[in-house]
Design a protein around this ligand. Structure first.
Ligand SMILES: Cc1ncc(C[n+]2csc(CCOP(=O)(O)OP(=O)(O)O)c2C)c(N)n1
Ligand SMILES: [Mg+2]
Length: 539
């Protein structure tokens, strides 16, 4: 088979059936092989209008399905275009496989200036991928894919990259395909450490849990809930970990609730989280607290806080072991239901005082089905939602993590919908962030991706403008925006456009859009909004 065919067959062996790709001459051998795979119904190729979107879509698809999200881009500028998205997937521990072209194999490193040539492409991409490797013969390709997928799932999940030159994609040879990579290994941690942790937690009077995205990545939400109930421990979820425990549960707390609980907790368990909020925010952990930290990444354990017990474990396997061992040490505790419901209510009251963000976010929550997926952004409603948006199911709330990538939300939401065709997918955007990928309205229409994209239009990079007004004495610069008529813009692309001027109107527009189930943009004209963090004493 050709190298292109070896690539496609190897991907199919790994149960990859969806590829977000944008073609170009170095990838002709791969796309021509995909032609056959698409014709036979084995692989679906979705082509957005910019390489950033191939990787954003792969990330959205991956994080909401738990499957590998795959993108395919030309080398040099194509890969560079995808790197903001790869950096986001890296920050969010997302299983993204990025496949890239190269220049002709015998000219790599010569520096002649071939089409799309950049020096040290593999080195470049290693800053946003945990593993990057090249094959230059067709029979090396199954091993290349196998190692990439193994690397993807071993230890901390993060994007990986593989690259294949065009002559390799066209060359023919005998190729032996490989078996699918087995399920990931799940280390359950050093038994002595787990035992120490179990004793501390079992004997604690008022234990508390901080959980992060690691719970979602490892599908450990059932174990988290079981342990939390056993300990009557409130669970404070980071924004990237929202949904691990349903907000309907009295133990589930947001960061505002956590602020009220942290000082009175006697033993704190942190799982699958960098501990950024409890360890580095002014309201967080003072030195010397009893902290157990469980994470799959040994470098993460204790990085941000000197922990009492550090456990390197997969969250699911580690929590299961912890549940087992805590049983024998566990004291009996009264239910904390009344107290914790009170904490939730007072957190809610504080959050609801931030307007109009709270009303807009609640309008969305009220219409979004229980399993509907909310994709955030670096915008006012997004910031509020990271703190206050109630989430009821795992993998239904997405953020760009510590990368804070403006422009991430809309293109990511398209990949979410491709992976979850039966679910309602809503993305919230500012006018600034939405502009980064508004060409993808064409992708929505072309591939009939029925997401609902809300654009909060304040004619500004609003967050920047507010900082300039408040902290720089009104010296606003480079933060005002002139925007198109968004309803007309949507319609020009063949996407349904609506406008809603209040939270109530947004709720009605959402209801109509969910019923219509079609590619939709809703513009919401807004005024400048207040800073949510200042009013909460959050920073
Ligand atoms: C890739 C990237 N570029 C720049 C920024 C800096 N930044 C953060 S918020 C923001 C303004 C966002 O404006 P908009 O999307 O309209 O949201 P608003 O604050 O107005 O709701 C900017 C420029 C960023 N976070 N990421
Ligand atoms: Mg704005």
């Amino acid at each position: 088979m050709t190298g292109g065919q070896a690539l496609v067959a190897s991907l199919m062996r790994q149960n990859i059936d969806t590829i977000f790709g944008l073609p170009g001459v170095q990838l002709d051998g791969a796309f021509d092989a995909l032609y056959d795979a698409q014709a036979s119904g084995d692989i679906r190729v979705i082509h957005p209008r910019h390489e950033q979107t191939t990787a954003y879509m792969a990330d959205g698809y991956a994080r909401t399905t738990g499957r590998i999200g795959t993108c395919l881009v030309v080398p040099g500028p194509g890969l560079l275009n995808a790197t903001a998205a790869l950096s986001t997937a890296y920050a969010c521990n997302s299983p993204v496989l990025c496949i890239t072209g190269q220049i002709q194999s015998d000219l790599i490193g010569v520096g002649r200036g071939m089409l799309h040539e950049i020096p040290n492409q593999l080195e470049m991409v290693r800053s946003v991928a945990k593993h990057a490797e090249r094959a230059t013969k067709p029979d090396e390709i199954p091993g290349l894919v196998d190692r990439a997928v193994r690397e993807l799932w071993v230890g901390r999940v993060r994007p990986v990259e593989i690259e294949i030159p065009p002559d390799t994609l066209f060359a023919t040879s005998e190729v032996e395909l490989m078996a699918p990579v087995p399920e990931r290994e799940r280390p359950s941690g050093d038994p002595d450490k787990v035992e120490q942790a179990a004793k501390l937690l079992g004997q604690a009077e008022r234990p508390m849990i901080f959980s992060g995205g690691g719970i979602l990545g490892s599908e450990a939400w059932g174990e988290l809930q079981a342990l939390a109930e056993m300990l009557q421990a409130p669970v404070a979820m980071s924004s990237n970990g929202k949904g691990a425990l349903s907000d309907r549960h009295y133990l589930a707390q947001n960061s505002v609730g956590a602020m009220a609980l942290i000082d009175n907790a006697d033993v704190i368990l942190c799982v699958g989280t960098r501990m950024i909020e409890p360890a580095t925010y002014p309201w967080g952990l003072k030195p010397g607290r009893t902290v157990i930290h469980m994470d799959i990444d040994p470098e993460e354990v204790g990085r941000n806080y000197d922990v009492t017990v550090g456990i390197v474990a997969d969250a699911k396997a580690g929590l299961l072991e912890l549940i087992d061992r805590t049983g024998t040490h566990n004291r009996s505790r009264e239910s904390r239901e009344d107290e914790l419901i009170g904490i939730k209510q007072s957190a809610r009251a504080k959050l609801d005082s931030i307007q109009p963000q709270a009303s807009f976010a609640r309008a969305i929550r009220d219409e979004l089905p229980e399993d509907g997926i909310f994709v955030g952004e670096m915008t006012q409603i997004g910031y509020w939602s990271n703190l206050g948006f109630p989430v009821y199911q795992p993998r239904t709330y997405l953020t760009p993590g510590y990368q804070g990538t403006l422009g991430w939300g809309f293109p990511t939401s398209l990949g979410v919908k491709v992976g979850n065709p039966g679910k309602v997918v809503v993305s919230v955007n500012g006018d600034g962030g939405f502009g980064f990928a508004l060409n993808e309205l064409a992708t929505m229409a072309k591939h009939q991706i029925g997401t609902i994209t809300i654009v909060f239009n304040d004619s500004a990079f609003g967050n920047v403008r507010r900082i300039q007004q408040v902290s720089f004495d009104g010296r606003t610069i480079a933060s005002d925006l002139d925007n198109p008529d968004y309803v007309k813009l949507a319609e020009a692309f063949g996407v349904t456009g609506r406008r809603a001027i209040s939270p109530e109107a947004l709720q009605i527009a959402l209801r109509d859009s969910i019923k219509a189930d079609e590619p939709t943009l809703i513009e919401v004209p807004v005024e400048q909004m207040p800073d949510p963090w200042r009013s909460l004493n959050f920073r």
